[in-house]
Design a protein around this ligand. Sequence first.
Ligand code: 0X9
Ligand code: CA
Ligand code: CA
Ligand code: CA
Ligand code: ZN
Length: 423
Amino acid sequence: MFPSRRRIAVITAAAALLLTPAVEATVAAEPRPTPEQETARDTAIYTVPNTDSRSRTAIMRNGALVLSVRDGTATVEATPQQAARLREAGFELRGKREITDALPPASGNGLTAGFPPQDRDYHTYTEMVAELGTAVAEHPGLAVQSSAGSSAMGRDIPVLKISDNVTADENEPEVLFTCNQHAREHLTTEMCLHIVQRYTDGYASDPAIAEMVDTREIWIVPMVNPDGSVHDVSGVTYRGWRRNRESTPTDLNRNWGHKWGCCGGSSGDPNASTYRGPAPFSAPETSAIRDFTDSRVIDGEQQITAHIDFHTFSELVLWPYGYTENNTAPGMTREEYDRFARTGRAMAATNGYTPQQSSDLYVTDGSVNDWMWAEHDILSFTFEMYPASGGIEGFYPPDEVIPRETARNDAAVSILLREAGRV
Ligand code: 0X9
Ligand code: CA
Ligand code: CA
Ligand code: CA
Ligand code: ZN
């Protein structure tokens, strides 16, 4: 069923492009980051041996970014200033590789956006929208599209709902999947589209899928950060872009409102890739998902009980809190922590990822999971997808891995849907 769907989607997307030739250019006219902010241009990748969660948090506090960790050796992305600060602080930075030398070729020219021919199975923003349209057209009784709001540059942020009696709001546990908060993490958009496909195309033939669709309401946001995602694929190489595209770009996963900026887990430097923004929810993309989530409070009760925010990469299952290394904290009892750990470990046992509290990696404040849990008691996880480790190329695995690496999370997603019913 998928190949024909894919063909239809490609045709629809092509038609959409023909009909609206100036869309990218018009939309792109709004906020303009400064030239230095166009690419992660002057950043380089290093390895730093013998790190632990404390020292990785110190690395992040300097505005640098830990991309992955293997046996204590961290792969770190840093500007020259950040690298100098880290060395002054006593870190050993090895094996410098300029990011511009490592970014794989894309096919854009700054105005048009798209994946290069060898990565054509990845969906651009336009193709993602077409794919959702196809899912609704093929399954009008199971799927409805709505909007969470608009990005900084005015792009719609689509939300797909999947359930039986989908146009009605039934009294069923609701589950949220979000993808692509970080622009360059394109495999996550494919993960969300895979979930769409699995719970629509799979309904007629798979009784376990049908049971979940009948007893849950599933919300899917394939691209939380459409501007960043389009920007990342609009150059002659991939740009290694992480943040949104406000005039001063914000790291969306440091912009959420619980304990925002509290604990050295984000940066106040507008040039840092973990810049938290000027205020909690200052970014239109985070405030759109916040408003959508708030809108699921009905008669004083949040309907969404479970959530996964997909990222790449490192093959991890992470749970809150991210802002503190303590397991328990205000709003997180021992029992609640144990439920996170138990569910996280059960999911990780199915996909081979490493399960841990998110601050075991490094401290993050203003992340989505902390807000979802603290504000709404939503069982909220981060999945860091394939690959397990690597440098900047880890964000750009060949499109051949998409089917395997998205299906790899099927059992984990099933576990979360089941757990969502235990409240
Ligand atoms: O730093 C992040 O935002 C995530 N890693 S990434 O390499 N994709 O940027 C990890 C976030 C995990 N933190 C929490 N869930 N609190
Ligand atoms: Ca390929
Ligand atoms: Ca239903
Ligand atoms: Ca409902
Ligand atoms: Zn990410």
